[in-house]
Design a protein around this ligand. Structure first.
Ligand code: ADP
Ligand code: MG
Ligand code: MG
Ligand code: MG
Length: 387
């Protein structure tokens, strides 16, 4: 087969590609729709209606779609994404779509179509609940964060993977948009003028910025496990029965609290935006954490590569550290989704101006509390009762 050179797909060239890759039977009549609602990539759904078959082709663009061609972005992220999906699929098969094909040159991942599910953020905003979501995410992260760490892998294998997942350009987006820009008067920031007083307080808060600097340092230097790296509720497909995690193009070896904290923060947006949902969402956060701890502990006791793992106090120290880190990273996510470049529909979708601004003041003040006080928390229940 002839080597293809990169070109962004269109709905019709995506069909040609699907045919060339023999993804469908020769006679199949294919339909193609670009369904990407994301910020960075193209996503095509290719359907053979007659035979009830479909696939997704995701393709990276050489720039960030949300900003335009002025923000170039490496195509290598497509390979990071497909490689991470394959590793996570091996480790946590119930919670990850299958990859059928990937091509580095074309920057594509061909994967299982999950259109029977809904993006968790969208489903929550529509007023639905997904009772199994939190336990599923706790299990998923226990497995991915343990089995890619130095506790689940031999040291040489782990180092080989760290090298495979050096992801500097995508990490830089996180470093800038989560840890840096929201804490300065940076041009990427985007917030309503009603919040100017609160934003100025953040920019002048040395105690807060000191703690953010420490969290950023952890993100830069702590290669604990292969993170998803962008685990907000827009990267999670759900139904009442199923949970599937997509979109790991930000994957790299980082601090495990980062993935854990993004889940907590993105659940908190729902609780803050809808006070009547508070108990349900707080319950999700508690179940998420307790499931993560229970499954991580089981893996720790059964599959540990580290001879020192049996040392008294070691596991509980690490789990407490993960909780404190997760709380701090959650605080950063709460702040950056309120005043930084990329917002969340949970907050921006609140129609009433007063209510929306009030919700955003709450995410900012909770975000600050979580960052500054993170080391005082020793249990998830203590966190929830402090909110
Ligand atoms: P981006 O990296 O640009 O955010 P995503 O991987 O999040 O891209 O995908 C964007 C959208 O495309 C998702 O919100 C979803 O609507 C759709 N999508 C992505 N992957 C699949 C899939 N496997 N099955 C069905 N729809 C998908
Ligand atoms: Mg996405
Ligand atoms: Mg999306
Ligand atoms: Mg993405």
């Amino acid at each position: 087969q002839q080597q293809q050179t990169y070109e962004p797909l269109t709905e019709s060239t995506a069909i040609e590609l699907a045919k060339k890759l023999n993804l469908f039977s020769d006679q199949a009549v294919l339909q193609s729709t670009e369904i990407g609602d994301g910020n960075l990539n193209l996503v095509f759904r290719i359907v053979d209606q007659e035979n009830n078959q479909s696939v997704i082709i995701k393709q990276a663009l050489p720039y960030a779609k949300v900003v335009g061609e002025s923000w170039p972005l490496t195509l290598k992220r497509a390979t990071i994404e497909s490689d991470a999906l394959k590793i996570f699929k091996d480790i946590a098969p119930d919670f990850v779509p299958e990859v059928y094909f990937a091509d580095e040159e074309l920057a594509i991942t061909v994967m299982e179509d999950l259109s029977h599910l809904i993006i968790a953020r969208t489903g929550f905003i529509q007023g639905n609940d997904y009772p199994l979501l939190s336990a599923h995410l706790g299990k998923y992260l226990a497995r991915t964060l343990f089995l890619t760490s130095d506790f689940g892998l031999k040291p040489a294998k782990k180092k080989e993977l760290v090298g495979q997942f050096i992801n500097p350009e995508l990490c830089k987006i996180t470093e800038d948009l989560i840890f840096t820009d929201p804490f300065f008067d940076a041009p990427t920031n985007n917030f309503e003028q009603e919040l100017l007083k609160e934003v100025n307080q953040i920019w002048n808060d040395q105690q807060l910025k000191f703690q953010v600097a420490l969290l950023k340092k952890s993100f830069l230097t702590d290669s604990e496990a292969l993170l998803h790296g962008d685990l907000h509720t827009g990267s999670i497909f759900v139904s009442e029965e199923e949970t599937k995690v997509i979109d790991p193009e930000f994957a790299y070896f980082g601090p495990i609290g980062f993935d854990l904290g993004q889940v907590i923060a993105n659940l908190l947006f729902q609780a803050i935006a809808n006070s009547e949902k508070r108990e349900v969402i707080y319950n999700h956060i508690e179940v998420f954490w307790t499931t993560f701890v229970k499954d991580y502990e089981a893996l720790w006791n059964s599959q540990n590569e580290e001879p020192l793992a049996t040392t008294e106090g070691y596991l509980s120290f690490l789990l407490e550290k993960a909780l404190k880190d997760a709380i701090g990273f959650a605080g950063c996510e709460l702040i950056r989704r309120t005043i930084g470049l990329a917002h969340v529909a949970d907050l921006d979708g609140i129609q009433d101006d007063t209510e929306r601004i009030e919700a955003k003041r709450t995410t900012l003040s909770i975000g600050r509390e979580l960052i500054v006080n993170r080391n005082q928390f020793t249990s998830i229940q203590q966190l929830l009762s402090s909110l």
